[in-house]
Design a protein around this ligand. Structure first.
Ligand code: RIB
Ligand code: CA
Length: 305
C-alpha cells in the first residue's frame, strides 16, 4: 500500500527534484504539499510548488504556509537557488493554491486520516511544528517524521548549522519533542548525493519528457559545492523521498538528536548522541548507494510527462 505523506518544502532547486520524485513514485500517496518561505520567500516558493505539481500533471493540493520562522525571519539562499528559486528555469505557472494555510491543512488531513501519515520536511520545519504544537493530540495520526535537516560535524549556512535547522531551530526542537521518531537526512548523508556533470548527462539521455528536462536544467544551474571539491552540488532534499521509496539504498542508526537554540555561533547546531545515555529520539541516515540513488531519480523523472 502506498505510504500517505504530506510534503512540506521551500522550492528551492533540490526541493523541486524532491517534489518531482515524490509525484513520480507509486510507493507514495502525496496527500498534500505545504510550502514555507525558507530558501527564497513564500511569494516565490509557493508559485514554484504549484508550477512543479502542474508540470508533473499531478492533482495534489498545495497550501501556502509560514513566510517567517517561529522567531525572527528566514535568511534567503538565492546564492544556491537563484532569484526565482529554480536556478533561473522558468516553468509554466500552475493553478492557484488550495484554500487554507499549511498548518491548518496539515491538521485537517491528520485529523481525518484513515491511517497514520508520514510528515516529510525538506525546508524549515515551521509548518510542521505549528500543526503539531497547536494540536498535540494529532501526533497519534503521525506515522513518521522524516526531515532533511541538520549536520553532525559542520554546517552549510553557518560553520555550525545546516540551513533548515538554522532557519527555524525552535520548530525542529518542537518536532524532536513530540515523542515521535524523527528520521534525519542530514548533510553527512546528503553530501554523498553529489550531482556531477556525468550523472546529469546520463539523466539527459533518458528521454524527452518536460519533467526530466526541467530537473536537469534546474540542477545544472546549481553552483558546484566548493565544500565538496567543486565536482557538483549535493541533492539534499531528494534523499528524504528516496529513503521512503527505497530504504535499501541507505544504512541508518538510532541516536539522540538535539538542537542548539541559544543566540550565538552555535544557534541551529544539531548534536548527535550515540552513547545510549539519552533515550533515542531519531533514526539517522548514515550511508547512501549514490549510483543507485541517481539511477532511481533518473528512472522516475523519465517516467513523468
Ligand atoms: O541545507 C540544505 C537544505 O536547505 C535543503 O532543504 C535546501 O533546499 C535548503 O532549503
Ligand atoms: Ca529545501
Amino acid at each position: 500500500m502506498p505510504i500517505p505523506i504530506i510534503l512540506d518544502c521551500d522550492p528551492g532547486t533540490d526541493d523541486a527534484l524532491a517534489i518531482l520524485l515524490a509525484l513520480a513514485s507509486p510507493e507514495l500517496n502525496v496527500l498534500a504539499i505545504t510550502v514555507a518561505g525558507g530558501n527564497v520567500g513564500l511569494e516565490i516558493t509557493l508559485p514554484n510548488a504549484l508550477a512543479l505539481v502542474a508540470l508533473a500533471g499531478a492533482r495534489v493540493p498545495v497550501h501556502g504556509g509560514a513566510d517567517n520562522p517561529l522567531l525572527g525571519e528566514f535568511l534567503p539562499a538565492h546564492h544556491i537557488h537563484a532569484d526565482n528559486g529554480l536556478g533561473g528555469v522558468i516553468l509554466p505557472p500552475g493553478p492557484p493554491p488550495a484554500p487554507g494555510i499549511a498548518a491548518d491543512a496539515i491538521r485537517d488531513i491528520l485529523r481525518g486520516a484513515p491511517e497514520p501519515v508520514t510528515l516529510v520536511g525538506i525546508g524549515p520545519a515551521t509548518n510542521l511544528a505549528l500543526a503539531l504544537a497547536t494540536e498535540p493530540s494529532l501526533a497519534v495520526h503521525v506515522r513518521d517524521i522524516v526531515l532533511m535537516s541538520g549536520g553532525w560535524v559542520r554546517g552549510n549556512i553557518t560553520p555550525a548549522a545546516e540551513f533548515n535547522a538554522y532557519s527555524d531551530p525552535e520548530a525542529l526542537a518542537i518536532l524532536l519533542g513530540t515523542g515521535h521518531r524523527v528520521v534525519f537526512a542530514a548533510l553527512d548523508l546528503t553530501d554523498q548525493a553529489l550531482a556531477t556533470p556525468a550523472r546529469l548527462a546520463v539523466w539527459r539521455s533518458l528521454g524527452p519528457g518536460r519533467c526530466l528536462r526541467a530537473a536537469c536544467d534546474i540542477q545544472v544551474a546549481v553552483p558546484p559545492s566548493a565544500r565538496l571539491g567543486g565536482q557538483g552540488a549535493p541533492l539534499h532534499d531528494p534523499c528524504v523521498i528516496a529513503w521512503l521509496v527505497r530504504p535499501d539504498l541507505f544504512t541508518a542508526f538510532p541516536a539522540h538528536v538535539s538542537v542548539d537554540l541559544a543566540a550565538g555561533p552555535d544557534r541551529g547546531r544539531t548534536r548527535l548522541d550515540r552513547s545510549g545515555r539519552t533515550a533515542d529520539n531519531a533514526l539517522v541516515l548514515d550511508t547512501l548507494d549514490a549510483d543507485r540513488f541517481f539511477a532511481l531519480l533518473g528512472d522516475r523523472f523519465a517516467s513523468l510527462p
